[in-house]
Ligand binder design. Structure first.
Ligand code: MIC
Ligand code: SF4
Length: 649
C-alpha cells in the first residue's frame, strides 16, 4: 500500500520505514502532505510558555504522547522575576497535564533527551529547531513551532511534506584532531543553508560505525542549519553501547535502511581526508578550512551548546587543556551540556583540569549560544563550538563568530590565535564510558491527579495574539523589504535583554525585525499593519513561533518572499499570516518599501493556491503562489489554527 517513492518491492530507507510506522494521514508520496503520529515531544522554556498556553487553549487535560518532557535550559539568568515566573508556570502546567519537568541545571534539552529519553525508531517533535539531535539515536526527530507541539501533545498528528531522502555516505575514519563537527560543516559547505528544505539526510556507509552516538548527535543537531526536515543515523552496535551505558538497554532496537534502498540524492564524505573546518561569519555554510585562516587573532573561545557539550567532547577539551594555560588575550568559557556530564567531569578530575587551565565554567544550559551572557567585546572575534553564527546572535552586534570543533576551540584557546588541532592533540584514547553517571532526580514525573494541580502564572505572562479570519480583500503597505536568508533571529531577536519576554508578545513586538530596521515596529503600528517583503529562505533558523506571533500582533497579514524556511512557513500559516511566493523571483526587485499592495478576492486565491498581488503605487502585478495543503488553506481562511479549531468546536 505504501508505494513511497519508487513503488513495488524496492528496499526502503530508514526514514521511509519510520514514516510508514507512524503514518496517520495521507499517502507516502514525495512532495505531498502527510500526517504522522508523534511518540514523544520536548519543549524548552523560551518556546515552552507559549506552547503550554496553547495546550491549555486546546482544552487538553492529559497529554496523549508516550512521553513529553518540558526542559528549562535557555532562559536561566533570572535577572528579575520574569524567567523564574516562566519556570514556575511551566513546572506547574507540566505537572498538571502529564509532562515530565526537567528543572534548570539538569541540562540542555537535546543533550538530556539523547541521554535519558530518546528511543530509536520513535518520532520526536520538539519546539526547538535542533530537535533533530535525536536522529543521532535513530529517532525521527523534528523541530516545529510551539503550536504544532501543543497539538501533538494533545494527540494530534504532525504534518510534513513527505520528504526527499538524501543519502550521506560516510567512508573511512576521522583522523585525530578532526571531529564530527567537521563532518557536518563539510555537509553544510556542500549543500548550503537552503539545501535541505523538505529533505531528510540519512547517514549510511562504512564510516557510520566509527562514530559514537554523541558524535552522530553533533551531526544531526547541526543538520538543522541545512534547513532539512531532519537527519538520521541507523540504530546499531554504537547505539546499543550508548543506551547500555545509560542503563537503557531495553530501549534499543536495531534499525537500518535496506541494502537496496534508493535515495533521491547522494552526498559523499570521506572521513579520512577531512580536515578541521570553520564556519565564518555570519552563516553556518560559509565554511573554510582552519588552515586557510590559521593565525587569525581571536578574543574569546566558547565551548558547549547542544551541538558540542557531550561527555566525550568535554573530556577531549579537558585533556587538551590539562597542564596548559589559556592565553592571556583569550576568554575561555565552557558549558557542559548536562548535569550528567558536569557531575562526571567533577568526579574524574577533568573539571579541575579545565579550571586549572583558566577556563570559566558555566552552568549546563544554552547560555552564550543564544546571547544569554558572555557576549564578546565590541567587534570581538569569538570561536564557538555552537551551531549558529548569525549576526548579532551573540548579543554583540558587530562581533565576528566562527563555528568549529571542540578540539580546534581548545587548542586555539591555548595558542591565543586560531590554530589547527592536527598534530597537536592526543585524544584518540578518549572513549565512551562503560556506564554514565545516572541520577534522574532533577526531572519530575507529572502528578497522578492533575486536576488538583494549580497552574501558577506571573504578571509577565500575557495572552498570545490571534489573527482575524481572512476578509474578501487585503490591502496594506510594504512595511519593510529585506534580503535573502533573513533568520528568525532577525525577525524576533533573542538575547539576555529580550529572552525574559518570551511570554509577552506585546513587549517583544517592539523589537520585531529591528536588526534590519529599527523603525519597523513603529511603522507597522502607525499603518495598522501591512506586508513584509523577503528574499529567499526567509525565516531560517530557530523554530521560535514568536517570529510569527509578533508580526500578528503588529497586524502583518502577509509576507511575500522568493522562498521560505520550513518551520517558519508553518508558523506563519498556523497563525494566519499568508506566506506568498513570487512566481517570478525578479518581481522582488520591482517592489519598494512603502508601496501600497492590494489582493482582491483573496479567499478564492487562497483556495486556488495562486493569485495576483497588485502594486497600486506602480501599477504592476505580481503573480504569487501559496504552497499550502487544503488543511493549511483552511487555517489561513480562519485566521490560524486556534481560530479554526474554535470554529469547528
Ligand atoms: C535557537 O537555537 O535559536 C533556539 C533559541 O534554541 C531556538 C528556539 C528559540 O528561539 O527559543 C530554536 O532553535 O528553535
Ligand atoms: Fe540552546 Fe543554542 Fe542549542 Fe538553541 S542551538 S537549543 S540556544 S544550545
Amino acid at each position: 500500500m505504501f508505494d513511497y517513492f519508487k513503488g513495488g518491492n524496492m528496499g526502503k530507507t530508514l526514514t521511509e520505514k519510520i514514516l510508514e510506522d507512524h503514518l496517520v494521514v495521507g499517502e507516502l508520496k514525495k512532495g505531498e502532505e502527510i500526517g504522522i503520529r508523534i511518540d514523544q515531544t520536548l519543549t524548552q522554556d523560551s518556546t515552552g510558555t507559549m506552547a503550554y498556553m496553547q495546550l491549555e487553549a486546546l482544552g487538553t487535560d492529559q497529554v496523549e504522547t508516550d512521553r513529553s518532557v518540558a526542559y528549562i535550559d535557555h532562559n536561566m539568568l533570572q535577572e528579575g522575576p520574569n524567567n523564574m515566573d516562566d519556570h514556575r508556570y511551566i513546572q506547574s502546567v507540566a505537572k498538571k497535564h502529564g509532562v515530565i519537568f526537567s528543572r534548570p541545571g539538569n541540562g540542555i534539552c537535546h543533550q538530556v533527551n539523547i541521554e535519558r529519553y530518546g528511543i530509536p525508531g520513535q518520532t520526536l517533535l520538539g519546539s526547538d529547531s535542533h530537535t533533530p539531535t535525536g536522529g543521532g539515536l535513530g529517532m525521527l526527530a523534528i523541530g516545529a513551532g510551539g503550536l504544532d507541539v501543543a497539538v501533538a501533545m494533545a494527540g494530534g498528528e504532525y504534518y510534513i511534506t513527505a520528504p526527499k531522502i538524501v543519502k550521506v555516505e560516510l567512508t573511512g575514519k576521522l583522523r585525530e584532531g578532526v571531529s564530527s563537527k567537521d563532518v557536518i560543516l563539510e555537509v553544510l559547505r556542500q549543500c548550503t543553508v537552503k539545501g535541505g528544505v523538505n529533505k531528510v539526510f540519512e547517514y549510511t556507509g562504512e564510516g557510520v560505525k566509527t562514530l559514537t552516538v554523541p558524535e552522530r548527535a553533533t551531526i544531526t543537531n547541526m543538520g538543522a542549519e541545512l534547513g532539512a526536515t531532519t537527519s538520521i543515523f541507523p540504530s546499531d552496535e554504537q547505539t546499543l553501547k550508548f543506551l547500555k551505558a545509560q542503563g537503557r538497554e531495553e530501549d534499543f532496537r536495531e534499525l537500518k535502511a535496506d541494502d537496496d534502498a534508493e535515495y533521491d540524492e547522494v552526498v559523499k564524505v570521506d572521513l579520512s581526508t577531512l580536515e578541521p573546518l570553520v564556519a565564518c561569519p555570519h552563516s553556518p555554510d560559509n565554511v573554510k578550512t582552519v588552515k586557510e585562516l590559521e593565525g587569525m587573532a581571536i578574543d574569546q573561545v566558547a565551548i558547549g551548546s547542544c551541538t558540542n557539550s557531550s561527555y566525550l567532547d568535554m573530556m577531549k577539551v579537558a585533556s587538551i587543556l590539562k597542564g596548559k594555560q589559556v592565553a592571556e588575550n583569550i576568554e575561555l568559557v565552557i558549558a557542559p551540556g548536562s548535569r550528567q556530564v558536569l557531575t562526571m567531569l567533577a568526579a574524574n578530575g577533568a573539571l579541575a583540569d579545565m579550571l586549572d587551565a583558566g577556563a570559566r565554567i558555566l552552568e549546563s544550559g544554552c547560555g552564550p549560544c543564544i546571547g544569554m551572557g558572555q557576549s564578546p567585546n565590541s567587534g570581538g572575534v569569538s570561536l564557538r563550538t555552537f551551531n549558529r553564527n548569525f549576526k548579532g546572535r551573540s548579543g554583540t552586534s558587530d562581533a565576528q563568530v566562527y563555528l568549529l570543533s571542540p578540539e580546534t576551540a581548545a587548542v586555539s584557546a591555548i595558542e591565543g590565535v586560531l590554530t589547527s588541532p592536527l598534530g597537536k592533540v592526543d585524544v584518540a584514547d578518549i572513549e565512551m564510558p562503560e556506564s554514565f553517571h545516572i541520577n534522574d532526580n532533577a526531572a519530575f514525573a507529572p502528578a497522578e491527579n492533575g486536576e488538583e494541580v494549580e497552574v501558577i502564572t506571573g504578571p509577565n505572562i500575557k495572552p498570545f495574539p490571534l489573527s482575524k479570519p481572512m476578509g474578501e480583500n487585503l490591502e496594506g503597505k510594504v512595511l519593510i523589504k529585506v534580503e535573502d536568508n533573513i533568520t528568525t533571529d532577525h525577525i524576533m531577536p533573542s538575547h539576555a535583554g529580550l529572552l525574559p519576554y518570551r511570554s509577552n508578545i506585546p513587549y517583544l513586538a517592539d523589537y520585531c525585525l529591528t536588526p534590519c530596521d529599527e523603525d519597523f515596529p513603529k511603522r507597522a503600528k502607525e499603518n495598522g499593519g501591512g506586508f513584509i517583503v523577503g528574499g529567499s529562505n526567509y525565516g531560517q533558523g530557530s523554530s521560535r513561533e514568536h517570529a510569527a506571533l509578533a508580526p500578528v500582533y503588529l497586524g502583518i497579514r502577509g509576507v511575500l518572499a522568493k522562498s521560505f524556511a520550513r518551520i517558519h512557513q508553518n508558523n506563519l500559516i498556523n497563525n494566519g499570516i499568508l506566506p506568498m511566493v513570487f512566481v517570478n523571483p525578479e518581481d522582488y526587485d520591482k517592489i519598494s518599501q512603502d508601496d501600497d499592495l492590494q489582493i482582491t478576492e483573496v479567499k478564492d486565491g487562497i483556495n486556488a493556491g495562486e493569485f495576483v498581488v497588485e502594486n497600486i503605487t506602480t501599477g504592476e502585478e505580481y503573480p504569487v503562489t501559496i504552497d499550502a495543503s487544503q488543511r493549511q488553506k483552511e487555517m489561513l481562511l480562519s485566521g490560524g489554527l486556534i481560530n479554526k479549531l474554535r470554529k469547528s468546536a
